[in-house]
Design a protein around this ligand. Structure first.
Ligand SMILES: *Cc1c(COP(=O)(O)O)cnc(C)c1O
Length: 419
């Protein structure tokens, strides 16, 4: 459910017609709906209402825009960050340090220090080596870092290989077989408060089964750790719930997920936390674009060349991902077309032989479900500058990220005087 709907033949974001935003801000532009973000946040929280005070940390990497973080902070969400830059953003959005969890396989020494100085709620350690390094830093500063050990449960999340994170061959977490030994070793170090286990097996999961398998392994590990006399008070179950990218796609609901979690974790006796990203932000955003021209080369499908490109929305080029593409003012006609951006590589293709609303030069269209892993993955490839972002709230909207023109990016470059 989202708030991008046709009204009298025009696509609106909440109560704002998208052509109005295109006229004011230009295209391409990401448009987010506050009401949709809030709705998703509440549905997710409600789905976990059977648990004892679950902690929800929004995966900042899915949509790090400050205004989006602020909407979720007001909903009581914390943040799951994976870099020092994301930590700065979470704090800037007034997220309480204790509500911030720091994940990531390659936290640098500087980032570990940054997390300690901010006194964040939890470090999710991804290796024994990282634990040793954090222990040394914390002990030297007379601090105690609250930590969970991220395990790699070796389950196939059955998602795209580039966003699977819980298989033995993936770089994330420590192997289950060594988790007990590593946890014990880290728990004995100064400066660390080893308090639990973390797991995250991948993103865009279309089935709860791999999650359930992973959680059961975590439950068994918790029991094993406790029987070895180790303290376990927390478990972080990560994110990963998929969203429908096609109108007819069926995904597990947050309610199904919550019921499964409640069943599997019933006897764990720990404080649970969650790191949803896509399921909160995905359907809360669209990428609004304008057709530059329609190119007909042969009898095959025409190329609809739009002003958004793979640098603005990387998922199709990167993962072969599907985004529904709809006209903003559909005239009822349909056609079969290729939809491409202007970038000089063939990877800059959003759809091939797609049956969709007919589009002509000058028409506006949207890529749906672009609120997660959209703007956050943008680059300035082909010197196109960075795409702006807009947040809609009822009948008002605000530009929440300026368009960063190519000239501004070039201004950060220098030609050395020896050239
Ligand atoms: C990316 C990520 C998430 C969020 O995944 P979604 O599929 O967007 O819910 C959560 N936790 C960690 C550690 C991640 O890397």
């Amino acid at each position: 459910m989202n708030h991008f709907e046709l009204r009298d033949g025009v696509l609106y974001a909440e109560d704002v017609p998208l052509p109005y935003i295109a006229a004011e801000v230009g295209t391409p532009v990401y448009v987010y709906s506050r009401a949709t973000l809030v709705r998703h946040a509440r549905v997710f929280r409600e789905a976990l209402s059977g648990l004892n005070k679950p902690h929800i940390a929004f995966a900042v990497k899915s949509n790090p825009n400050l205004a989006v973080l602020k909407v979720l902070q007001k909903e009581g969400f914390g943040a799951d960050v994976v870099s020092g830059g994301e930590l700065v953003r979470a704090l800037a959005a007034d997220m309480a340090p204790q509500d911030i969890v720091f994940s990531g396989v390659g936290k640098t020494r500087a980032e570990l220090v940054q997390g300690l100085e901010a006194d964040i709620g939890q470090f999710n350690l991804e290796s024994e080596e990282e634990g040793h390094e954090l222990s040394a830093i914390a002990a030297a500063q007379g601090k105690v870092a609250r930590c969970a050990l991220r395990v790699n449960p070796d389950v196939d999340a059955r998602t795209h290989e580039k966003i699977s994170t819980g298989k033995a061959e993936n770089k994330f977490g420590v192997p289950m077989s060594r988790a007990g030994e590593i946890y014990a070793a880290l728990a004995a170090l100064p400066g660390l408060d080893m308090r639990g286990i973390a797991v995250h097996i991948g993103s865009q999961l279309s089935s709860l089964e791999p999650l359930e398998t992973a959680f059961e392994k975590v439950g068994a590990l918790i029991a094993e750790l406790r029987s070895a006399g180790l303290k376990v008070t927390h478990a972080d179950l990560g994110g990963g719930l998929g969203v429908p990218y096609k109108a007819d796609e069926v995904m597990p609901t947050p309610a199904d997920y919550g019921a499964m979690v409640a069943r599997v974790t019933k006897h764990w006796d720990v404080a649970l936390s969650f790191e949803p990203g896509r399921v909160i932000a995905g359907n809360a955003g669209v990428l609004l674009t304008r057709v530059i021209r329609v190119k007909r080369s042969s009898n095959a499908s025409p190329f609809v060349v739009v002003d958004a490109a793979m640098n603005d929305l990387a998922r199709p080029a990167m993962y072969g991902a599907w985004h529904d593409i709809d006209a903003v003012v559909p005239n009822g006609a349909r056609h079969i077309a290729h939809v491409v951006g202007p970038i000089c590589e063939t990877g800059d293709t959003f759809a091939m032989n797609r049956e969709m609303d007919a589009l002509q030069a000058g028409d506006l269209a949207v890529f749906r479900t672009a609120g997660a892993y959209g703007a956050t993955m943008a680059s300035s490839y082909n010197s196109r500058g960075f795409v702006p972002e807009v947040l809609v709230d009822g009948d008002r909207f605000a530009v929440v990220a300026d368009r960063l023109p190519a000239a501004d990016i070039m201004a950060a470059e220098r030609v050395p005087d020896w050239l």
